[in-house]
Design a protein around this ligand. Sequence first.
Ligand SMILES: [Zn+2]
Length: 262
Amino acid sequence: MEKNSPARRNFIKQSALAIGGLTAAPIIAAAHTPGSINPHDDNKKLIIICLGAHPGDPEFGCGGTMAKYSEAGHNVIFLYLTRGEAGDPNKTYAEMAALRTKEAEAACKILTATPQFAGQIDGNTVLDKSKNEEMAKLILAQKPDIVFTQWPVDSHPDHQVTGLLALTAWVKSGRKFHLYFYEVNTGVETMAFTPTDYVDITSTHEKKKAAMFAHKTQRPVETYNDYFKPLEEFRGLEAGARVAEAFIHFKTQADKISIIGL
Ligand SMILES: [Zn+2]
């Protein structure tokens, strides 16, 4: 396809730049959405929660997008389900939690996000009635406009739990906020991920890299080079950008009825 054909430009406008609050182009289904976001209201400060199982998951999965939100003046909260206690077999859980909490705080500072910790334990996360209620309470108390979370079809059980806790909170809220899923280590961890939306992260890419590399205990450079660099470039090719992050926007039944002209 020609690089700048009108068809290609339209495709990019509609599909690549469609995340709530980050777009100049209209969101096709905006009229049906139950949340409070009006894409034309530039003054509305959004509250965005990005939930991840371990310190590093939100940064690697969508740090570029979160940096764009905070640069635009929105409130970004990184909610870590655990403190990554099980990250090193040669250290105690307490030692590892202290180290990784510091790394998460440093990463959040770079991205202008507020770190929060939900108190579950790495490698042993629980999905049951009381944890669902706890998470729903924690999320809803902050009245988010958008929640990002991990796609639950994943080889890591903590990632599965994270995605489903957020999904249940969304259902319990009466689908009051927008829910987006992000991917990590696709092919090894995230599976069966077919994006609906893309964000061009070229402008915040260096910031994202600094935030990822703040997780010094996690071999961040190798992880980036082996998994996330090819992923960002691949998603960029799909979206017509140098580097991009991809998401699944989980829609209500009403939002799905959005074919143009019908
Ligand atoms: Zn993880």
